[in-house]
Design a protein around this ligand. Sequence first.
Ligand SMILES: NC(=O)c1ccc[n+]([C@@H]2O[C@H](COP(=O)([O-])OP(=O)(O)OC[C@H]3O[C@@H](n4cnc5c(N)ncnc54)[C@H](OP(=O)(O)O)[C@@H]3O)[C@@H](O)[C@H]2O)c1
Length: 279
Amino acid sequence: MKMVRLRKSSARPQTLEGEIAIVTGANSGIGAVTAKEFAWRGAKVVLAARRVNELEAQAKAITEAGYCAVAIPTDVTDLTQIRQLTERTTELFGRVDVLVNNAGIAWRESYMDNTIEQIEQIINVNLLSTILLTHVVLPGMLERHHGSLIFVASVAAHIAVDPLYCATKSGVRGFALSLRRELANTGVSVSVVSPGFVHTPMNSHMRMPMPGPEPVARAIADLATHPRREVVVPGFYRPIIEGERLFPSIADRLIWRLRPHVIAPTQSPKPADLPIRSK
Ligand SMILES: NC(=O)c1ccc[n+]([C@@H]2O[C@H](COP(=O)([O-])OP(=O)(O)OC[C@H]3O[C@@H](n4cnc5c(N)ncnc54)[C@H](OP(=O)(O)O)[C@@H]3O)[C@@H](O)[C@H]2O)c1
């Protein structure tokens, strides 16, 4: 039996037994490890992303380890496909209890080096799809007075470095924090997780020490049982965020120096490399 890397059951935290969770961007990086973490905690997990082989391989690894996972190939920028994702999940499992809005892209050239198509693509994937998928999933949660919406923003929502990525992540954070207030006392929780640099395919080109995606995945799974306004992972970014807020002109100078190391071509496919969407 092929084993998926899951933690020892003696250390199992609060259970997600019987919960139905959708994780977007689940064939890679943070999303793939989050799907495993949810499955290991007892949830039935629906993995969504575009690259079908990678998605099915992740779901297979989870099921072969004795847990419950299904792959539903989805382009989150396609409204028809996100409706189908929700409908298919409901057909299979009866409902959606947890939605992890994790799918995201980054390419970090200077703002004016992006085409209009690239600008639209990053806004659609990182921000608009998150708002639309939440709109599709939320009515069922409200009806049952039970649900957990988890948004993967970024430290980039606090510390301004590259304009397009920061715009989308600030948008995700602002949307989620406002929605949290709007949904107070409905039984549906809203939490934000803001990762700092994490070693995933998104930034594997960066030559700087970074933790892997596991602490972020654990933080996301914890939020499904213990919702919080926002969690920053790793925690050492919290004083850095505070430094940006208190001393913005020092941050201006530091970031100006660091920018060439952070702003660089990334692994995320650009629109020209993307598969054609089904309509
Ligand atoms: N890594 C970091 O340092 C870091 C820091 C802060 C925040 N984050 C955020 O964490 C999230 C996960 O990133 P990651 O680091 O794990 O990157 P990753 O390994 O590149 O994963 C990105 C995921 O998003 C999916 N995706 C991209 N476009 C999509 C689309 N149109 N429809 C459906 N899925 C799509 C990708 O799958 P397909 O390409 O197959 O669709 C992939 O599964 C992102 O929102 C990112 O902004 C990452």
